[in-house]
Design a binder for this molecule. Structure first.
Ligand code: PLP
Length: 381
């Protein structure tokens, strides 16, 4: 059976070129990057080269890149790190943030901090007016994601910058989904901190970065031997960091090609989905060209996912990290989508190996599965 992977917002396969540069660091005797001997110096050089590759891809300075174990850790690091510096301050975020921004803020709200939410409209976007609803004079951090992992909607970062400036607070964006799909320039966003993850851009899992400008002073999340400028202690995962660096280097070569391809796939898919009566969320706003989040009225999303999986198509029902959670997507509820419709939501996220033929066979299979489900529902009714 043909297998088609349409879940690239959850994770991507390691690029062969990335794996090739990682292998020597997995196969041979490595030095600890803090050791003074030649093995240690070799490992240190590899990490600093990767830091330069990451920095170059986002137009940041290498000293602004702090390697972490991934996007989740980087998001926790900025939330905790900023909060500890400003006890009892207000932590502000949008109401569609990934759980790894939302949960740490909720936990801190139980421990003396306050939390305030910026609300999105029915298309999943934040406007200038909704920023202005936030009225606190002691904000420790404001965090708004660049592109949403479920809808793909892209926020206007100039509004985040303006809000942070007016409120004299640290600003952060989770760019995990935007990076590699649209151009992300840290130097032009005027945001203090930004999160990246390697496994969304054809790099290995378990590595990412918090990009932090020099003006920002945060407390570490993990204390120890003082690695990563004292901000993230622990012996570095050299092979993963080297792989992440290579994946970043490849982005500049491949991004235009991949986004042209995913745009074609998305146009074709959405044309057919609409003809079949699907609702496409955030359809009319600036959106990632690889992401389509949709639902059919009266169709259970998880049942359809299982049926499609049996036919070889891997798609998601919203955030991969909460796929065990049967609750409707918090992003759709924040957009005011009806609970029943939200429960049926399905996400297709394309990547660089997908083809127009994959989309054609997906549509044919989807049509058949929908028909079967509708017949079963009619019998049960
Ligand atoms: N932020 C967003 C928007 C994500 O989509 C994800 C992963 O799905 C993360 C953060 C977490 O990144 P990681 O898997 O590297 O911990």
């Amino acid at each position: 059976m043909q297998k088609v992977y349409f879940d690239h917002n959850a994770t991507t396969a390691i690029d062969r070129k990335v794996l090739d540069v990682m292998m020597p660091y997995l196969e041979m005797q490595q030095g600890n990057p803090t050791s003074q001997h030649s093995f240690g110096r070799h490992a240190r050089t590899a990490i600093e080269e990767a830091r330069e590759q990451v920095a170059l891809a986002i137009h940041a300075h290498p000293t602004e890149v702090i390697f972490t174990s991934g996007g989740t850790e980087a998001n926790n690091m900025i939330v905790h790190g900023a909060a500890i510096k400003k006890p009892q301050s207000t932590l502000v975020r949008s109401n569609i943030e990934h759980p790894c921004v939302a949960r740490p803020m909720e936990a801190l709200a139980q421990q003396g901090w306050h939390q305030d939410l910026i609300k999105v409209n029915h298309e999943g976007m934040i406007s200038k007016d909704t920023y202005q609803v936030i009225q606190s004079n002691n904000i420790g951090l404001v965090s708004v994601m660049l592109a949403n992992n479920e809808t793909g909607a892209i926020q206007d970062m100039s509004l985040l910058h303006e809000f942070a400036k007016e409120n004299e607070t640290l600003s952060h964006t989770d760019a995990v989904q935007a990076f590699g799909k649209i151009e992300v320039r840290f130097d032009e966003l005027h945001i203090d901190a930004m999160t990246l993850s390697s496994h969304k851009v054809y790099g290995p899992q378990g590595v990412g970065a918090l990009v932090l400008n020099k003006r920002s002073d945060i407390e570490p999340l993990i204390y120890g031997g003082g690695q990563e400028k004292n901000l993230r202690s622990g012996t570095e995962n050299i092979a993963a960091i080297v792989g992440f660096g290579k994946a970043c280097e490849l982005i500049s070569e491949s991004m235009k090609r991949t986004s042209d391809l995913t745009h074609q796939l998305q146009t074709k898919l959405e044309h057919h989905l609409k003809a079949m009566g699907a609702v496409i969320f955030s359809e009319n706003v600036k959106r990632l060209s690889n992401t389509t989040f949709f639902a059919f009225k009266d169709i259970e999303g998880s049942t359809l996912i299982t049926a499609l999986d049996k036919k070889g198509f891997a798609i998601a029902s919203g955030s991969a990290c909460s796929s065990v959670n049967k609750e409707p997507s918090h992003v759709l509820l924040a957009m005011g989508v009806d609970e029943d419709l939200a429960r049926g939501a399905l996400r297709v996220s394309f990547g660089n190996q997908n083809t127009l033929d994959d989309v054609s066979s997906f549509i044919e299979t989807l049509k058949k599965e929908l028909q079967t489900l509708k017949q079963l529902t009619a019998i049960a009714a």
